[in-house]
Design a protein around this ligand. Sequence first.
Ligand SMILES: [Zn+2]
Length: 342
Amino acid sequence: MEARTVGDRPISELPKAHLHLHFTGSMRHTTLVELAAEHGVHLPDALVEDWPPRLRATDERGWFRFQRLYDIARSVLQTPDDLRRLLRETAEDEAAEGSGWLEIQVDPSGYAARFGGLTPTVELVLDAAREAGAAAGVGIGVVIAANRIRHPLDAKTLARLAVRYAGRGVVGFGLSNDERRGRAYDFEGAFRIARHGGLLSDPHGGELLGPASVRECLETLKADRIGHGVRAVEDPRLLESIVERGVTLEVCPASNVSLGVAATAADVPVRTLYEAGASIALGADDPLLFGSRLARQYELVRAEHGFADAELAELARQSINGSAAPDDVRKRLLTGVDTWLD
Ligand SMILES: [Zn+2]
């Protein structure tokens, strides 16, 4: 077989969309340290001198530690200005890496107590996202995500709230946290509300569990996109139906390696998924905990899977096509991809 020629066009100049990024997880590490000092929050060594933390979430204890670090990080976000700063800096980082459209995922329940309830939290996030996006020149959509280890009724409440802001900044409905402790199946009602309200169905699945979990996202939650989904490779028929339905997989190589889902970046099945015809949107998931942002995911795919520039451009197109970006943004970014390749 002819060897693929790996190119050297700058990844940060390749226009793309970023579809898998969590709110707290998008924070700059320097900002975490500064806000912790400002608010008197004690950070564990894993978030200061030993950052980025060494994690392993393939067992429950490892996942619990990951969540605990995430909760500590979230606790530094105490004022509306902190949220605005996080979004402003995230938008700047996205722009610097060629991301022209960001969909950021947030579970407002994690902030509601501090910001006056669920509705004011969502309104604050949407307003801050609009402001940050306009300043950095990046379109930002918000995915409201339910926590799968909480009660499905809480998810329904969030879905109703999310739908009220459909077309006004909220673009999708997600489901996050430990797949092993909350089946997609139980959240069918919440996702029905979200879909009927015009939101994309965008649950996590196929990260910590295998094909059965992905299939529930597909069949029961009618997923338009799946967070991770990498373990779909274990079931060729499932992968086939992902391709047939045009479902986009939000593949996050650095996250998979950090959490032990894959041993190395070379073991993340990006090439297999790509060759099977699946649509892929590379994502950073939680740069704050995994130590790398969006451009690095494309670099990894180039270095570890030998993606040529034309193939990286195709991945960028898939991220844009899988997004909820308005037509004018989509068109501008797709044209930019062609220019990058010329
Ligand atoms: Zn995620």
